[in-house]
Design a protein around this ligand. Sequence first.
Ligand code: DGY
Length: 338
Amino acid sequence: MTRSRVYVARRLPQAAMERLGEHADMTVWPTDEVPPPREVLIREAAASDGLLSLLTDRIDGALLDAAPRVRVVSNYAVGYDNIDVDAATARGVVVTNTPGVLTETVADFAMTLMLAAARRLVQADRYARAGRWKSWEPMLFLGQDVHGATLGLIGLGRIGSAVAHRARGFGMRLLYHDVIRREDLERDLGLQFLPFDDVLRQADFISVHTPLTPQTRHLIGAEQFKVMKKTAILINTARGPIVDPKALYQALATGQIFGAGLDVFEIEPVPADDPLLGLDNIIVVPHIASASVETRTKMALMAVDNLLAALSGQRPPNLVNPDVWERRRGHAAPELRL
Ligand code: DGY
């Protein structure tokens, strides 16, 4: 039996590379720090049956048209806004992602940012290292309390509810807004559903957990910052473009809100001259919320299993576009790539 050829857009944890290598011929983009340039991705895709992509790789109709052999795109992320899923579905290409395995790790990190931003941890660390610490001072680095505060979750999917679980332990009052109401979680976790603006108005901490879609792009902008408390802290571990960065800058620079902790940005990496980087009341980290050894390994193994399942004609466990599969079962149209 001929082995499938796959292109892997970045080196992944060893266990996943080994598993993939046992079952397929793979080419791996060798540079850890940067993704393959578009032309390399297209050239490699054109010679491949499957792609293992990252959130840094744009997979669209043009790329798939140039790669008629590709039957599956397995994304090494739970989010898949880097993939034009409709374009893939229209071409009979299976798309998969890595849900679930990173939930708890990302929720840990949302809490990390919340605590660090509230207690001005990074600012205080810089201050102490710079030799500016003269004595114990009553007013030095006064922050906000997390315990007993009100948390507003924007989005109550897996990660949002894992954050709610943790926040309960801090005795926080829990508010949320989502397009889907979760009465089960309201009961179990003591969450209160409110209209979007009311969550923004009442929350001391606002943590974003929605996917990036045309509806959520710049969901939090100038109008939303206006209704927030002056002591509010915004946390984003979801996707950068959900928050309008210019409005965020204004809100932080003018004291409209107290602070922010961001793992994700509209443009990644954040350009060195981005004005946000000049502010003290923001914590900026390079999209690492899921970055624990264990979780990144689980994500990689899941992405490999999805890829191999689709290539061997089995329904991948984490199918984003089940339509492709259903069409196949109901006797695929000739143009489908399955
Ligand atoms: C994802 O999986 O979507 C994260 O942003 C990276 O882990």
